[in-house]
Design a protein around this ligand. Structure first.
Ligand SMILES: Cc1cc2nc3c(=O)[nH]c(=O)nc-3n(C[C@H](O)[C@H](O)[C@H](O)COP(=O)(O)OP(=O)(O)OC[C@H]3O[C@@H](n4cnc5c(N)ncnc54)[C@H](O)[C@@H]3O)c2cc1C
Length: 442
């Protein structure tokens, strides 16, 4: 039976959990909301780097509904949508410049997005240093209370049980504990792709040529089933990443075995056949910041049988790799849909129950998630496939055409158009390669 004032636990204060909490707060509904987050404090996460682009109908729609549009605009970077795509010979294939705020995918630093949302959620709702271990049949949450030890390490200081709750929402990301209840047999699997990240903190001082090359947005190099990219952040710094297919433990083991200096040499060795300017961003990265990244994903179409009192949003529900740039948007859209349905269930004139609202959310979310998971795999394979960067154009054309209801846009995905675009870029790449070879020789 649902309590008179429904009690809702949200596990995880990432973009999904915070967006849901904010939406429930602005709804003005009588709810008891508890947010449980394993981080010890808002500032305790070591790495929150990177930037995210929010999309009109998902991330941006959620921000608007949160009442945070003006705050978001203070940190949004519309020029951050600039994209430069090159092949390994430094032939520029695409250069998308953006100056207008009419473009619909502004970038925002991950840190700022988190701060905007955090500041907009009542502080008393958030319980820091609470690492959820499991959720029970009767709607309780078992957790470890974390604290910082004398040596700065994080350790469990005790255990607690919270609840019972009418609804527990798992927003606890890739390795969700709430998911273990809803889909006990489904665990994230290794996507086959790992990589490294390094930061350039003051590129204007340390490497002005790299600073210029990256532009205001993102620089992407694709070839040989590998990628090298560099992304501008709001403070002017740059995050550089490399991705490639390799065994699951290789990136971490390389770092453990060779240390940071040796790992960087190894990375540069792997890109030895690329034009030297393509690897410049990695060369100039601050070695202390070098870290490995191993990408996991949930099987396409993973879903669970509805269980009263539990649900999942964001990566907890449908973890994907970052290759379609949709993860955070999908997470915020989940929160938006779930919050709207919870709100509806609390309207006096609506006989929708809280449980029916959650079931309806799941029915809406599953096909949306499945489509996104499939698209992400397609993009990953196109970006890191043997035909990249050429394969990327044809695959993107097919996806855009497939998604569109317009007859003319669908024509873009037809075989003759795809072949034409492919041939155009093929010739372009060959000319670029020949010119550069000649240029270097003379
Ligand atoms: C390298 C990389 C680059 C990316 N780039 C992009 C991009 O450009 N665009 C994009 O849209 N998406 C991108 N993504 C994906 C995006 O980051 C995620 O989809 C998004 O963060 C999902 O939000 P979330 O709130 O569901 O999960 P998370 O952001 O993972 O948040 C989960 C929260 O739950 C907490 N938590 C975890 N376990 C527990 C527990 N047991 N108890 C309590 N709390 C817990 C965590 O501390 C965290 O605060 C990228 C991902 C990666 C790895």
């Amino acid at each position: 039976m649902t309590s008179v004032v429904p009690k809702i636990a949200i596990v995880g204060a990432g973009p999904a959990g915070l967006t849901l909490a904010r939406l429930l707060h602005v709804s003005g509904l009588k709810l008891e909301v508890t947010l449980l987050e394993r981080d010890l404090s808002p500032a305790s996460r070591r790495e929150q780097g990177g930037t995210l682009d929010l999309h009109t109908h998902t991330g941006l729609a959620a921000i608007k509904k949160c009442g945070l549009w003006d705050e978001f605009q203070k940190h949004a970077r519309y020029d951050g949508q600039e994209v430069i795509l090159m092949d390994k010979n430094a032939t520029e294939l695409v250069h998308k410049r953006v100056t207008s705020t009419l473009q619909d995918r502004p970038e925002i630093d991950r840190v700022w997005l988190r701060k905007i949302l955090l500041d907009a959620v009542p502080g008393c709702w958030i319980n820091w240093g609470r690492k959820v271990r499991t959720v029970t049949d009767d709607g309780k949450v078992r957790l470890d209370v974390l604290a910082e030890g004398n040596g700065g390490e994080v350790k469990a200081e005790g255990a607690e049980e919270e609840g019972p709750f009418d609804l527990i929402v798992g927003a606890d990301g890739a390795w969700s504990r709430v998911r273990q209840r809803l889909m006990p047999h489904v665990t994230p699997r290794y996507s086959g792709v790992s990589g490294y990240e390094v930061a350039i903190f003051e590129p204007t001082k340390t490497c002005p040529h790299v600073d210029k090359m990256v532009g205001q947005g993102m620089f992407i190099g694709l070839s040989d089933r590998k990628s090298l990219n560099a992304q501008r952040l709001g403070d002017g710094s740059i995050r550089v990443r490399s991705w490639s297919y390799c065994p699951e433990t290789e990136a971490q083991e390389t770092l453990n075995k060779l240390g940071k200096e040796g790992t960087r040499e190894k990375i540069l060795e792997r890109f030895a056949t690329w034009a030297p300017e393509m690897t410049e961003p990695f060369r100039h990265g601050d070695l202390d910041s070098l870290m490995h990244m191993t990408l996991y994903e949930l099987p396409v179409g993973s879903k669970w049988d509805h269980q009263k009192g539990f649900t999942l949003i964001g990566d907890a529900a449908s973890l994907t790799t970052p290759f379609s740039g949709e993860g955070v948007n999908k997470a915020m859209k989940d929160s938006l849909e779930l919050a709207e349905l919870i709100e509806k269930s609390q309207e006096p004139n609506d006989d929708l129950t809280l449980d029916e609202a959650v079931l309806r959310y799941e029915k809406l979310m599953f096909p949306r998630a499945e489509k996104l998971q499939a698209k992400t795999i397609l993009y990953r394979d196109a970006m890191l496939g043997p035909n990249a960067p050429l394969g990327l154009f044809s695959d993107m054309l097919k996806t855009i055409a497939g998604d569109s209801p317009s007859f003319f846009v669908r024509l873009l995905g037809s075989a003759p158009v795809v072949a034409l675009v492919y041939s155009y870029f093929w010739v372009y790449i060959q000319i670029g390669w020949a010119v550069r070879k000649f240029w270097r020789r003379t």
